[in-house]
Ligand binder design. Structure first.
Ligand code: NOJ
Length: 555
């Protein structure tokens, strides 16, 4: 495969912006769309060609926009539809296409569809959501626990029925069995596609197909509930809906789709992406489950080793080697910072960021960077549960207490895994509030911002940002790094993540020591190749210093 065989979205770098925390142009303490537009040059310098922005539709913001009230309107806190049109147009001038987030598993309870659906059992939209009668004793229809904690069912007085919410009670699940619901959703996607966006990230898509029979699941917590995820993720028949979505929205357009697919593993990727699939890319989470543990219970994190992480990353690479394409990511707005998440050793955070960034930016697929990752952020510091804004973190805190953990243990677990770690404001410069806002930031700015910010890193050639820019340019200039194959090397090493990218006319070998001890490798692996980039400047044959990363390639 050569670069000329690839589509535009396979030949670029994608970047996720979390609008609320990116840049505030109004002084209100929350970011704006105009703030993103003003930083397109910054993104272009990182080689970004696709810009995913998390939902900025009108919303009550219970889940920071993932509770959509009106899919055809921009929330006033972010700006106006004219601001969005401007972002899309100016983005194109910079070679950057905007990727919208489609939240199609659920709406906000404030959405007009839900307001109508909940009003009676016989209104025209009465079946647009997942309604069920109570059990004979009046209790919830099943024992499912929502992903944000507590029962996945909420009671509605008007209908004298329960509705299902996979996430927060304010996020009722849509009933995809209704052809009218599906049509309404496809209309929304077409509205945005017609505006010229470059693609869609499709939220929580594995939950849209509910089981034919609703039954209690095995109790898996002290609260007597059973995870809704196990009952409804990736249900039989889901792909029929999504093939319909693809035909109604995507076919014939020069856009790409990336589905968010918790519950789908590497072994199933070929059904979802590639020639018979429904999306171009799929965010699956086998690697983020490595530190968090399969059960995703923050108080019970996994004991993991580097080989566990490498094994799942390689499995995802192999699953998309000849069919489909892989979106490589280590961070997003739902994950703790990768400099904390994927290391079990000590060491300077900038060295960790550069080593991990090397692994990410040299992977086969389209790398997805998350704002702040290119600066090497760590997690924030949390001293009390009240500091968390995130609805999931608050649920996890309560769940941990129910499970018998102490408040200190619950706080420690939330500090480690909270989504708010990724949501603190971008740090642009050393001025007040890191240049993010002239108002009061909605989440605290990290106390390290006076040293850790874009302006400071732009001025320092040894910074994480400059390393990211350099590797991005390297990736985009070399056929083997864009289109070449991936072969893992040193698979048994608990220190080094190494792989080879083989193109038609050239090759590259990437070696990253992800430990805080010196490591050795067989110098024959890089025989005949020249050093293209190294975190430490000079290299020592067959040896890597702690947290050193190098890229060798054909001269
Ligand atoms: C996944 C999104 O990434 C997350 O932020 C959100 O809370 C849930 N889906 C629910 O929409």
């Amino acid at each position: 495969m050569k670069t000329s065989d690839l589509a535009w979205w396979q030949r670029t770098i994608a970047y996720e912006a979390y609008p609320k925390s990116f840049l505030d142009t109004r002084g209100a303490g929350t970011g704006t769309i105009a703030g993103i537009t003003s930083k397109l040059d910054y993104l272009a310098k990182l080689g970004v060609g696709a810009l995913w922005i998390t939902p900025c539709y009108r919303s009550p913001m219970v889940d920071n926009g993932y509770d959509v009230q009106d899919y055809y309107a921009i929330d006033p806190s972010f700006g106006t539809m004219a601001d969005m049109d401007e972002l899309i147009a100016r983005g194109r001038e910079h070679g950057i296409r905007v990727v919208m987030d489609l939240v199609f598993n659920h709406t906000s309870e404030a959405c007009a569809w839900f307001v109508e659906s909940r009003s009676s059992r016989d209104n025209p939209r009465s079946d647009w959501y997942v309604w069920r009668d109570a059990k004979p004793d009046g209790s919830e229809p099943t024992n499912w626990r929502s992903i944000f904690g507590g029962s996945a069912w909420a009671w509605c007085e008007e209908r004298q029925q329960y509705y299902l919410h996979t996430f927060a009670p304010q996020q009722p699940d849509l009933n995809w069995e209704s052809p009218e619901v599906r049509r309404a959703l496809y209309d929304i996607a077409n509205f945005w596609a017609d505006k010229g966006v470059g693609g869609f990230r499709i939220d929580a898509i594995t939950y849209i197909k509910k089981p034919a029979v609703f039954a209690d699941g095995p109790v898996d917590g002290e609260d007597g509930l059973s995870s809704v995820h196990n009952a409804t993720a990736n249900g039989e028949g889901i792909l029929d809906f999504l093939h319909e979505f693809k035909a109604a929205v995507c076919d014939g357009r020069d856009i790409f789709t990336v589905g968010e697919a918790n519950g789908v593993g590497a072994d199933e990727l070929c059904r979802w992406v590639g020639k018979d699939g429904v999306f171009d890319l799929l965010f699956e989470f086998s690697h983020t489950h490595v530190p968090m543990g399969e059960a995703e219970i923050w108080c019970k994190p996994a004991q993991w080793r580097l080989t566990d992480l490498k094994r799942v990353l390689t499995a995802s690479q192999e699953a998309t080697a000849t069919n489909g394409w892989y979106p490589a990511f280590f961070e997003n707005h739902d994950q703790p910072r990768s400099t904390v998440n994927f290391f079990r050793c000590d060491g300077p955070i900038d060295a960790k960021a550069k080593a991990l960034g090397t692994v990410l930016l040299m992977q086969r697929g389209t790398p997805f960077l998350y704002q702040g990752e290119e600066l090497g952020y760590g997690n924030a510091t949390w001293t009390s549960p009240e500091q968390f804004d995130d609805v999931q973190t608050r649920g996890e805190y309560e769940f941990a207490l129910t499970e018998g953990f102490t408040p200190e243990q619950a706080l420690a677990a939330c500090s480690r895994f909270s989504r708010d770690n990724a949501r603190t404001p971008m740090q642009w410069d050393a001025s007040a509030n890191a240049g993010f806002t002239t108002g009061t930031p909605w989440l605290p700015v990290h106390p390290d911002y006076q040293q850790m910010n874009v302006a400071a890193q732009e001025a320092d050639p040894n910074s994480v940002l400059c390393w990211y820019r350099r590797l991005a340019a390297l990736r985009l200039s070399r056929d083997e790094l864009l289109a070449g194959s991936y072969e893992e090397l040193m698979a048994e090493s608990e220190q080094v993540y190494a792989y080879r990218r083989q193109g038609e006319d050239g090759a590259a070998v990437v070696l990253a020591n992800l430990s805080d001890q010196p490591a050795a490798y067989d110098a024959a692996l890089v025989d005949g190749l020249a050093l293209l980039a190294g975190t430490h400047g000079t290299v020592r044959p067959g040896a890597l210093r702690p947290l050193e990363a190098v890229v060798f390639g054909t001269r």
